[in-house]
Ligand binder design. Sequence first.
Ligand SMILES: Cc1ncc(COP(=O)(O)O)c(C=O)c1O
Length: 415
Amino acid sequence: MTQVNVPFFRPDVSEAEIGEVVAALKSGWLTTGPRVKQFEEAFAAAVGAPYAVAVNSCTAALHLAVEALGLKAGQAVLVPTMTFAATAEIVRYLGAYPVLVDCDPVTMNLDFGDARRKLEALRAGRFEIPGDSRVVGILPVHVAGLMLDVGQLREFAAENDLWVVEDAAHAFPAAWRPTPPKAWERCGEGTAAVTCFSFYANKTITTGEGGMATTADADLADRMRLMSLHGLSKDAWNRYSGGRSWDYRIIAPGYKYNMTDMAAAIGIHQLRRAESMRLARQNVAMRFFKALGDVAELDLPPQDENRVHAWHLFPIRLRLDRLSVDRNTFIDGLKDAAVGCSVHWRPLHLHAYYEETFRWRPEDFPVATEVWERLVSLPIFPDMREEEIEHVVASVKALCLAHRRSPARALEVRS
Ligand SMILES: Cc1ncc(COP(=O)(O)O)c(C=O)c1O
């Protein structure tokens, strides 16, 4: 019997994307041009945002967003510890400081209770950050593609006079609603001052590398566009394709973050298939729920009838009290069974830079410190074949069975 080999992710690229890239290459216009404009307009319509600025990564979009909002050196921003490097590093790019916040134990989204505690502790001088310590914004992440409670976010931001930039790297297409019959709101549809999406190779739609910042604020959109291309008064597209002159003005020391037309060529077609790819990922998730729902050694990710879940990730949490191995050994077992998996994430406070620079301690983030040791992200992607889904399920179940702790031992470990 041939061994089924399941990668952690396989991008779903159709002939339409390939044809469009070839057409872009043949058009003679390779950098930011008509396809980027078309992609921006279609993306803005898809999320219901008045403005969309295409860039070469979500990291770039996040950086442009906080710059446009006026983040200054010495100020501080609330950032979840349970996130990827990008969410916090872009705060440091501007000389500002991330104040890390613990997560919810089930969704792993930012915990507003801890955000309040961190603000109070800062005001009471129980911990210090360099600079003027003024917290001016919050940068929540919708972990795995499950949006956090945007109502709570708005309330918290208003109470504390904070701007909101959403890290929606995982959350396209995604939506939330308060309790019915209140209407659905799409991620990016006014859910923050700026919402930043990722089109990295393993994201829900891809351009290879790429990102998008959406906003309802014309000034923020203008500033992000300007800074995405060296702070030039007009971008290359306007200068060359619009039949305008060779001249331009440098208004600010900007960055080089523009998206190419070759990347946008992929994005245009990925966007058209975004909902069908989301449904395909959702089907895989439902198969996992059905097949793994009664495995006592696992906690499966949450579902919520008031969310449209993007299902970028399927993070399971191991019940280590019921297993005789740790998470890393469990992952080694999956690797031996040719099942690609990952961990999202080692929390930021457990990385050398944040530990050494800010002196955070694991006890400052008890939930993230505990939960990350249990995390395993299973493979989930749109064109996952039946035998691949079955192989993941069988391998996970076999490992749980092989390393099941006896009930008596489990009780001992828990008490
Ligand atoms: C939560 C989160 N934010 C930001 C990023 C950065 O995205 P990009 O690679 O497009 O810059 C990632 C990438 O994986 C991510 O997971």
